[in-house]
Design a protein around this ligand. Sequence first.
Ligand SMILES: Nc1nc2c(ncn2[C@@H]2O[C@H](COP(=O)(O)OP(=O)(O)OP(=O)(O)O)[C@@H](O)[C@H]2O)c(=O)[nH]1
Ligand SMILES: [Mg+2]
Length: 398
Amino acid sequence: MVRAARNALMNAATTYTCRITPLGEGGIGIVALWGPGAAALLERFFAGSGGRSASELRPGQLAHGHVRRDGRTLDEVILARIASPFPGLPEPYFEVNSHGGVAAVRAVQTCFEEAGAEPIQWEKLFEDPAGGALSPAGIRMSARRELPRAPTRLAATMLLHQEAGALARELARIENLSRSGASGRAREALDALLSTWPLGRALLDPPRVALLGPPNAGKSTLFNALLDEERVIVHHEPGTTRDVIVETVSIRGVPFDLMDAAGIRRPEDEVEREAVRRARALAGKCEVALVVFDVREGFPADLGALPRGIRIIPVANKIDLLSGPRASDGEPGTVRISARERTNLTELEDALLEPYRDIVGPCRRGGPVVFSEDMRVALARAAHHGGLRFSGGGESRL
Ligand SMILES: Nc1nc2c(ncn2[C@@H]2O[C@H](COP(=O)(O)OP(=O)(O)OP(=O)(O)O)[C@@H](O)[C@H]2O)c(=O)[nH]1
Ligand SMILES: [Mg+2]
């Protein structure tokens, strides 16, 4: 099945080339080349040490040599013939390990392209439409494709567990439950699986968190405290932060994009008006708003309307300046902190992690997690139709 599907993506008569390491400074840069014309193309450009040629290489063998063009050496390389790591690709499959760096890698790749190899993007290698998003092969491919982008270790761990079959096994178990007539239990398990989606999404697409509130409330101080380093100018005059600053933080493995903006208040000049406009626009792009205010002043009355659906966490700051205990801050769920003294930041982190509270533990231990929108849609559709067949007949040997 996979072979057929891949051939629909990649023509068996075409020779392809693909840069499979990022372009930039590095010790090594790899350009892959495969398909029926690959060996002949290498015969033209690869001069092996001791006269070794690409056609002699069997899968698993390496050869040292140079990539040469028009009598000029482009790079010294190690050529590897590999049994294709992506089943279904037209054979033979080679990898040219050149010196990492923009010029050397580009020169090798351009040379192959100009000789007729068709360039493709590395993501294409991980496309597997054969069994659909919920087939074991489809899940494995998605996990591999996302892995280079995992922003935290928990995200990478989650993907590796799904790649190793955690989600596929759970889907098979649900299918079996459904087949054996235990539809209630199948349904429950399916709902439990769907409840992992908020975490699966957050791990790969960090929730955006806006720090909002009056000027001088301590937003930038809190931003820095959460980042654990000084990257934003903190100033005692109100209105210091005039632009939006974004940093990704990992809170116990869950990434968040923290966004610090200017305090929202009545604009007094043009620059400030623009800053305030940006702060409002920022709120529109965020999933969470940390509304920071001075505990002595209370929740800001003039914050204006925040977008619907945004999760609001009221944060009463500067509790170190309180002389006695305060009964209430007016807003339910208010977290009381001192950004400067770093007091109660754990409580604030708990509040940020609240939507994922029950899922982080099982995820860390290797449980199944739905981690793509395609999967979520396919699952919801299966649940809606009550069929509970996930693999779409596309089971593969991958
Ligand atoms: N005592 C005390 N002072 C704080 C605390 N947090 C911030 N401050 C002080 O309050 C002042 C303003 O802090 P900022 O973090 O710049 O406030 P901001 O909300 O980012 O201000 P704008 O960017 O102007 O809107 C600074 O002098 C901080 O040192 C706190 O928890 N306790
Ligand atoms: Mg600020």
